[in-house]
Design a protein around this ligand. Structure first.
Ligand SMILES: [Ca+2]
Length: 349
């Protein structure tokens, strides 16, 4: 609504409209009314232009924002957005910001059209989900909010790409990218600008086939400023289900890791902080392994054992024949671990 006239007379009506990306919420027309002898007021509040809660996106790239992002999305919402790309193409979603009231408000993403759409993910809370790619040319984003409390909402950018192509990884901040082809088999390299350090991803990633899907061989690199003490490496972290033995991260120092029972290190060599402020290897992971039973411990000569189960946590007790004394552990327990050991050696009688 625009006017050159600062004064609007009683009885005049004003019409509002929104541009095509928004829907009008409230009264489309309001009238200037007399309220008392000397007062006038509008018949209703001024309406607002809102991002529609239901819409289809058909442009090859775009942004999906939650209603009123980032001011808070309000209550009682059930929004459905469809991203529809050309047939034979796929859709890539990058989450730029995400904050929904857990667990009552959530975003569900489905791959495909209404019937038989596969669930790609259901997200809530403040953790920004990692990027997603569809297998089909349609993505459904369903957003539900309950009757109270709201978060900032979300800001998602999408792009579309061909079936034998990887999604455009963009040019990471503070970096130069080499390679412009995202076709299957192509590689791109990322070099951080001076003063920035690669905190995620490999130098080169290749668009390849993995489990029947066309995808980048690794994470898109990230270059970040790291306030590095001149004499140390960045904290390498601690593996999940594991522990770290050393807290000295200075150049030349060595850090090793242990895993909780039932988990095994993916590689044993300790990490060494090298002169270039990088660790000699990536952080190992603690991987679960199948627990196998212990072997039958046997019976001591002049004695016997009770207990016939040799699984993890099972125990076997020993006794000696009359006239013999037991030397060693009376009871042993099968311990977890790759070596499937008993808690003590076989006792003697
Ligand atoms: Ca809520």
């Amino acid at each position: 609504f625009t006017t050159n006239n600062p004064l609007i007379s009683i009885g005049a009506t004003v019409q509002f409209s929104c541009d095509e990306d928004h829907v009008l919420q409230g009264s489309k027309t309001i009238t200037c009314q007399r309220v008392a002898e000397v007062f006038a007021a509008w018949s209703d509040h001024r309406p607002a232009c809102k991002v529609p809660c239901f819409s289809n996106f058909t442009a090859p790239m775009g942004t999906v924002l939650s209603p009123d992002y980032p001011e808070g999305y309000g209550n009682n919402l059930n929004c459905v957005w469809l991203i529809i790309s050309e047939s034979g193409t796929r859709i890539h979603l990058a989450f730029n910001d995400f904050d929904l009231e857990p667990p009552y408000d959530f975003l569900t993403i489905k791959d495909g059209d209404q019937s038989g759409a596969a669930l790609l993910g259901r997200f809530s809370g403040a953790e920004v989900p990692s990027h997603l790619t569809s297998n089909s040319n349609v993505l459904q984003l369903e957003f539900q909010a309950d009757h109270s409390m709201s978060g900032r909402g979300f800001n998602i950018t999408y792009s579309t790409f061909g079936r034998n192509e990887c999604p455009d990884p963009g040019i990471p901040l503070n970096a130069r990218r080499f390679g412009d082809s995202f076709q299957l088999g192509s590689s791109i390299s990322v070099v951080c600008e001076e003063g920035f350090i690669k905190t995620q991803g490999a130098d080169t990633i290749t668009c390849h086939l993995e489990e029947g899907k066309v995808m980048w061989s690794g994470l898109i690199p990230k270059c970040e400023v790291v306030t590095l003490d001149t004499y140390s490496c960045m904290d390498p972290g601690i593996p999940v289900n594991g522990a770290r033995s050393n807290t000295d991260l200075s150049i030349g120092s060595t850090v090793s890791f242990q895993c909780d029972p039932g988990y095994r290190l993916s590689h044993e060599e300790p990490l060494v902080c090298e002169k270039n402020h990088f660790w000699s290897h990536p952080l190992p992971s603690c991987d679960e392994y199948d627990l196998e039973p212990c072997q039958n411990p046997g019976t001591p000569r002049f004695g016997w054992h009770t207990g016939s189960r040799f699984g993890i946590g099972d125990s076997v007790s020993f006794s000696c024949n009359r006239g013999y004394r037991l030397q060693g552990a009376k009871k042993i327990v099968c311990l977890g671990g790759g070596r499937r050991m008993w808690s003590a050696p076989l006792p003697r009688c």
